[in-house]
Design a protein around this ligand. Structure first.
Ligand code: ADP
Ligand code: MG
Length: 379
């Protein structure tokens, strides 16, 4: 998985003296009996590209609408740049929102669409023309200012919507599934472009997406949501490598999770009986976990090595039989069935060129992994 953010990007959330730019405090929003957002607290820092990630109906858009001011929460507060905005109407907030549908005016040209909010604010004509040119340069739409939305491709329409949303120079831009209407190839390209633009203008972005790869590629940090609540907030790599719960581990990337019971702990090495595998496994945990506790053990498919011979020294080894192979060009995915009936997913990277698969259906092999690469999940 790649990341569109440049190295050296400041990490303000690591600095206890840093004031959050957006502070959400205990926000709850219900619709009848549905808790769309359930007691959410969250800090976002200036200049972040922050993502709310979760499945359909988990409350992402509702939380975004609370930030925009289209919804007033039942409980809790929203502070932007230190000011309580909970009951401030949308047009008085230093915030703009870009909708998934783009909501462009079909009868207006590209330039008129981008100028719309500036005209409403009564900006002088010359200033409007300047800003529109600047914005269209930013999103690389110079030369298309006289076109109407129906004379543009999907990607171009998306960029008009972005230019219009940024034209009023909001301090905070909210984006609800901004790439949802684009096809896969264009979406990947646009992910990098959007991050690039965000880094150039320096505006704080909060994006809603259900697409974990999109969130991973674009975000400084991600809040994973489930059923109106935030389950974990962290950087993309930290969420992937150190998921806090089974939900996060399986929502982000592919993973094998075994049910296990802790037998003992030696420093950060936890020995546990893995019931689905019929063996004892070793995994790493930074926290003390008492014997007898039921845990989950998560290991990513690319962290399992495949061997034809049993290794003499390894933290974890289990043998099995190949029951499925998916050849994807860059990698192959093997499903390996163990004696106990559990099926493990293993990924092998094709670093060298070869048209022959390494392993075939029915092959017997050994799966090997390090304790340090297996996460202990207590919830
Ligand atoms: P997401 O954006 O994550 O898909 P939403 O925030 O749109 O989720 O919705 C969260 C929950 O709140 C869902 O159960 C949804 O049906 C409900 N909901 C959202 N908006 C309304 C509304 N205006 N009226 C009633 N229920 C709503
Ligand atoms: Mg939504």
């Amino acid at each position: 998985m790649s990341n569109a953010r440049r190295p050296g990007y400041a990490e303000p959330w690591q600095d206890p003296a840093e004031e959050p730019f957006v502070r959400i405090e205990g926000v709850t929003k219900t619709y009848g009996k549905v808790y769309a957002v359930d007691d959410v607290s969250l800090d976002v820092f200036r200049g972040e590209f922050f993502s709310l990630l979760g499945g359909s109906g988990c409350g992402k858009s509702t939380l975004l609408r609370v930030l925009a001011g289209f919804e007033v929460p039942d409980r809790g507060r929203v502070l932007i740049d230190g000011v309580d905005m909970t009951r401030v109407p949308p047009y008085l907030r230093p915030v703009n929102m870009m909708f998934q549908s783009y909501a462009l005016f079909p009868h207006m040209t590209v330039a008129e669409n981008v100028a719309f909010g500036l005209k409403q604010d009564g900006l002088p004509k010359a200033a409007i023309a300047d800003r529109v040119r600047q914005m269209l340069d930013l999103v690389r739409l110079g030369g298309l200012e006289k076109r109407k939305p129906d004379q543009l491709s999907g990607g171009q329409r998306q960029r008009v919507a972005l230019a219009r949303a940024l034209a009023k120079q909001p301090k905070l831009l909210l984006l609800d599934e901004p790439l949802g209407a684009l096809d896969k190839k264009l979406r990947e390209h646009t992910q990098f472009e959007l991050v690039n633009i965000q880094e150039r203008v320096g505006t704080t972005f909060i994006m809603v997406t259900h697409d974990q790869e999109e969130a991973m590629t674009m975000s400084s940090r991600i809040a994973v949501m489930d059923a109106g609540r935030i389950v974990q907030v962290s950087t993309p790599s930290n969420l992937y490598e150190y998921p806090a719960t089974r939900f996060v581990a399986s929502f982000i990337g592919a993973v094998n999770i075994f049910n296990a019971t802790v037998l003992s702990q030696d420093g950060d090495r936890v020995l546990a009986r893995a019931h689905d595998l019929g063996i004892d496994v070793v995994a790493r945990s930074g926290q003390p976990i008492p014997a007898g506790i039921d845990i989950g053990i998560a290991i990513r498919p690319e962290k399992i090595d495949v061997a034809e011979e049993a290794p003499t020294r390894a933290d974890n080894v289990i043998d099995g039989k190949v029951v499925e192979i998916a050849y994807l060009g860059d990698v192959s995915i093997y499903h390996v069935e163990t004696a106990g009936g559990a099926i493990l997913r293993v990924q092998e990277t094709h670093a060298a060129r070869s048209a022959d698969p390494h392993y075939n259906w029915g092959d017997r092999l050994y799966l090997v992994w390090n304790a340090a690469d297996a996460a202990v999940l207590t919830s």
